[in-house]
Design a protein. Sequence first.
Length: 235
Amino acid sequence: MPGKLTTIGFDADDTLWQNEQFFRLTEKHFATLLADHGEAEHISARLLEAEKRNLAVYGFGIKGFTLSMIETAIEVTEGRVPGSTIAEILAAGRDMLGHPVEALPHARETVERLAGAYHLVLITKGDLFDQERKLAASGLGDLFDAVEIVSDKSAAIYARIFGRHGSPQTSMMVGNSLKSDVVPAIEAGSWGVYVPHELTWVLEHVEPPVEAPRFRQLVDLGELPALIESIGKER
């Protein structure tokens, strides 16, 4: 019989604070830089192909995205991309790495409400320096009992993390990505709570596991405390 819920894992990007919107804006600027070499949709499609190829090499995050933009620029110009364009791409990447952190609605009050009552773990993937920067700038760092920055998210990784902080069966993962936050957490034996964001990277799209007993979907983070309370009453 599963034990009482003790541990809550939170995703960071587009769950606690805005992230994808900055990638979209930079991608739009990138397409403008290369407008002489194709329509925006074509440039974006080539960029996505480069990102797919490079995930296993560069991992997730802004630095890998920047390198993929440079690679795409070289490809679509057949090696004739001006140095000034490369400089603009690098500057765009630096701007993303320094962008202020914008918390999402209900993020702070929800985390504050749960802190102390549950063991809170921030579980995020991406570049170590950038994720640490955003967490520090968010002002939420002191509310978490642990921070786990990983290269990717899988059932094995959730089983390992939640095993260190309780057990998978007494843990819950909350996030905006079905592919990274919800499905693998459920596969590990945990609860998976989906909080959709209006912008989600296409590579994070999978079908909701609606038949899974431990799957839940919320409108926003403000509904999370009530959900946790209701799960507690089910036991």
